[in-house]
Design a protein around this ligand. Structure first.
Ligand SMILES: [Ca+2]
Length: 223
């Protein structure tokens, strides 16, 4: 390879490095994949949430105080879930790395025809070590990430509920939990939930430094 070819290669690699820098610094987060399967509740039959209607790849507990439904105006795409009492909920597990941050989210809708009263919607995160187990007594950390607040959040529009949680030391399993909570003296109505998601929060500092180092290194070689 003569010096001209080498310069061309270096130029191409430098441009590649700059593109990588832009990608990881500017657009890295949007590329993160949802760690949940069937987060939109599109798969599985409709019905009682802890019976015939449990959504594919989700687990449910409690009595039949929830429904997997396809009610027009209360879904994103074709199906969603809803709860009307706090004795029932759903969860799904996914793989995590201790020390990494994860962005948990779900969309919540309370409609004026059946408004949630006296409850809040709750998004919880839990973490486990697979070698220990995933029973309630095995939990390493339990975090109440965010709520849909029935007293103050708007009716008839999807509200984005969520937040970022770091996986604690020893964790290799994360769990998202969706339910109602905060019973008050008078309760009623129901809350629809859809588009649940968990994404790994990228570490732009580390990745950008690597890309920056690549670009600087190539430029030095060219000099
Ligand atoms: Ca859906």
């Amino acid at each position: 390879m003569d010096s001209g070819q080498r310069r061309s290669w270096c130029r191409a690699l430098t441009i590649g490095g700059l593109v990588a820098l832009l990608l990881c610094c500017g657009w890295g987060e949007s590329a993160s994949a949802n760690l949940l399967s069937n987060g939109g509740f599109e798969d599985g039959d409709t019905g009682g949430i802890n019976g015939s209607g449990v959504p594919t790849d989700w687990f449910a507990w409690g009595s039949e105080s929830g429904w997997h439904h396809d009610d027009a105006g209360k879904v994103i795409d074709t199906k969603a879930i809803k709860f009307w009492w706090d004795d029932t909920g759903v969860w799904q597990d996914f793989t995590v790395t201790a020390g990494e941050e994860y962005d948990f989210s779900v969309m919540a809708l309370s409609v004026s025809g059946d408004p949630l009263i006296g409850w809040n919607g709750l998004l919880k995160a839990e973490f486990y070590n697979s070698a220990v187990g995933t029973e309630p007594g095995d939990v390493l950390a339990s975090v109440e990430v965010d709520r849909y607040y029935s007293a103050s959040d708007p009716l008839d529009e999807w509200v984005d509920v969520g937040g970022v949680v770091e996986a604690p030391a020893g964790a290799d399993i994360g769990r998202i939990i969706l339910k109602l909570a905060d019973w008050q003296s008078t309760v009623g109505g129901s809350l629809n939930l859809d588009e649940a998601g968990v994404v790994l929060v990228p570490e732009p500092g580390t990745v950008c430094l690597l890309a920056f180092g690549l670009v600087v290194g190539l430029r030095r070689r060219r000099a």
